[in-house]
Design a protein around this ligand. Sequence first.
Ligand code: PMP
Length: 424
Amino acid sequence: AEARLITNNPLSKAQHDLAVGTLPGGNTRTLLHTSPFPLCMKQGKDAYVWDIDGHKYVDFVGELSAGLLGHSHPTIHSTLLSTFSDTGLSLGATTPHEQTFAALLCDRFRLARVRMTNSGTEANLHALAGARHFTGRRKVVVFSGGYHGAVLSFPDGKPAANTVDRQDFVVVSRYNDLSLARQVIEQTEDLAAVLVEPMQGAGGCIPGTREFLQGVRQAAREKGVVFILDEVMTSRLAPGGLGWEMGLDPDMVTLGKYLGGGLAFGAFGGREEVMKVYDPRVEGALAHSGTFNNNTLVMCAGTAVLREVYTAAVCVAFNERGEKFRERLGKVAKSSRLSVTGRGSLIGLHFTEDGTQEIGCGEDLRGKERPDLRDLFWFEMLEAGFWTTRRGFIAMILGTPDDELDRFVDALGDFLERYRDIMM
Ligand code: PMP
């Protein structure tokens, strides 16, 4: 399959050879590197992408969840064009647009106050700074497998090499293990915040159970530390975000991805007394800078997303569709080496030695993973016309037609049958 990929994609290969001359490894976003070389895309439209060698794919990457709206949503398209011509770009001043967008975000996600950033990473960095300022303490409890941004990741029980302030993070070694989490929160001194995803996204689409998340929330409350819920990926899963669906009442929430209409975006917000640390009218307040924080394109696109495109009703219907899709995939994969995790419109595919269904945290998969099967699946799905992530993460796109979902389920079934001897 890999040999065929090389033969079928000479232009992607040539492009990669060029790119390595100026970009380390040939790209500017490590995740996009795949061996032997990444496919190079030239266009996206609705739920489809085309590579430079001319192949068309149904897009199941969904820009790792930021592409929820598809590549050229008509409402976003017209909003961006009219904002550009009527308003211009950043005005070096406050504008009514950020207030409008902020009011919608506060209303949707039940935040008293919110501030914008240019990425989810920044949103988490500022939320952490705010929690530290608010409490006067430093340490942060996070979870193994947690991903909170480029410089805030905890893939295997410890901070990744590029995580900022590594010494300040205490990593709970198992997500979904409430008694362990409680113990760590209780025992950690100088603790400012607990930072957690209601479903681990990059960590494998592993949902937190209600009991676990509520218990962690409660432990944070008892300890008097700021409970920060990272909803950068999960805010799409329920109208007010997954945290409210789970009854978590977070002190702070971080947001990002599709909420900026597909442009660079992040936000952090929460309770008034915590967010007040960013109020410049208060003496000793923290500064929160960023040239593009209130850029008009994102403010107006985000407003259109919440008002016109991803309304509460659309969100509910979309995620119900996702539930059904995931269930169908799970059924097809039953008693194979593939297990399917996730929630709503976000899906994780895991190829393991024993096809385990008991996946509560990344550690449940450790040592059992079968990257060879995962890669084979990726190559074969490409040939069947599906663009998926090599790691097995699927982020659905709003406008993907039902018959493409059907085709995907069938293609998975065919694949498992074709490789029956190694997949079962
Ligand atoms: N938090 C979570 C849960 C995420 O999934 C991501 C992005 N994958 C981030 C934070 C970082 O967002 P960004 O890539 O916009 O910096």
